[in-house]
Design a binder for this molecule. Structure first.
Ligand code: DOR
Ligand code: ZN
Length: 344
């Protein structure tokens, strides 16, 4: 039986939510990963260090796992002050700020309306070294949904990078060949995360035999040529690309709806899905760099010392997971067989 041992991975982009959902999903992430960068798009959003302190306590209670370390982010708004950035940097447990362009995705209405309004905060981040995590899509309704990432690079990211050349930026959940090229052509202060769904699926998966709301996320899945570019980047071993699941749970009812929420839950089998993608590229030897080394190196944190073992043992992913409210959560690859299993 084939086994693969790697340094315990970290998830550099996850949504753990709050309340009942938090209690149900956080243990999945803690079981696989040593650390996770936790997104702040709660309602209301986590905009201050004080709110992050309270949220991190709720996460620690929910996971009940001493080994797991949540790394917190603050939600950037038009009003985020330089003082809040300094507090965040001093806190040691807040590791980044998250930029949601207002209206881009779930709970982003309090997001940034014009990035130039954030200049004071961005200058403080450049100074302190606190990274900016970017949801890289423009929101203008006239821009085609499949072009929003590329237009964001040209209209927002390039000018931002030129105005703050030393700012550390993580281009989150990249989905296009354009984003890969952009990241490769910039300095070492620019990195990117890649999700399992953007490595394993192209946009046909949203329409296979009918409308598939559980394959709908933002940025939306793209053409096969873009998936190939992402696979190539992730499996290249290049230090700028690292694991970020963007696991984003919504109840079944909120997904299977006349106006369904964006988000794919992948925390139940995240490292297994990445292993599947890397195996398809004959690149399992590059999984550890992507999953366990490149992320901490980018953030300036130490690499984990513990290891985990994956075994090539097929298992069937459940159709759904129960939530306390009688609701259910439909995971990525529900009902499908996956060939890898994390055994410890
Ligand atoms: O699909 C997504 N879901 N993309 C995001 O950017 C947000 C996330 C969520 O919070 O549900
Ligand atoms: Zn996200």
């Amino acid at each position: 039986m084939k086994q693969l041992q790697i340094t315990r991975p970290d998830d550099w982009h996850v949504h753990l939510r709050d309340n009942d959902m938090l209690n149900h999903v956080a243990p999945f992430t803690a079981q696989q990963f040593a650390r996770a960068i936790v997104m702040p798009n709660l309602q209301p959003p986590v905009t201050t260090v004080k709110l992050a302190v309270e949220y991190v306590d709720r996460i620690i209670n929910a996971v009940n796992n001493d080994r797991f370390e949540p790394l917190m982010t603050l939600y950037l708004t038009d009003d985020t002050s330089a003082e809040e950035i300094i507090l965040a940097e001093k806190s040691c447990f807040v590791k980044a700020l998250k930029l949601y362009p207002a209206g881009a995705t779930t709970n982003s209405s309090a997001g940034v309306t014009d990035i130039r309004k954030c200049d004071a905060a961005l200058a403080a981040m450049e100074e302190t070294g606190l990274p900016l995590l970017v949801h890289g899509e423009v929101t203008a309704p006239e821009v085609d949904v499949f072009d929003r990432e590329k237009v964001f690079i040209d209209q927002v990211l390039m000018p931002l990078m030129n105005r703050f050349p030393k700012l550390k930026i993580v281009f989150e959940h990249i989905t296009t060949a354009d984003a890969v090229e952009f990241v490769l052509n910039t300095g070492l202060n620019i990195g990117a995360t890649i999700t399992p769904q953007h490595l394993l699926l192209n946009r046909n998966a949203i329409f296979k035999g009918g409308l598939r709301p559980h394959n709908y996320c933002l940025p939306v899945l793209k053409r096969e040529q873009h998936r190939q570019a992402l696979l190539h980047a992730a499996t290249s071993g290049h230090r700028k690309f690292f694991l970020g699941t963007d696991s984003a749970p919504h109840t079944r009812d909120n997904k299977e709806s006349g106006c369904g929420c964006a988000g794919i839950f992948s925390a139940h089998a995240a490292i297994e899905m990445y292993a599947t993608a890397f195996e398809q590229q004959n690149a399992l030897d590059k999984l550890e760099a992507f999953a366990s080394f490149n992320g901490p190196d980018f953030y300036g944190l130490s690499r984990n010392t513990e290891t985990v073992t994956l075994e090539r043992t097929p298992w069937v992913i459940p159709d759904d997971y129960p939530l306390a409210s009688g609701e259910t959560l439909v995971p990525m690859m529900a009902g499908e067989t996956i060939n890898w299993k994390l055994i410890q």
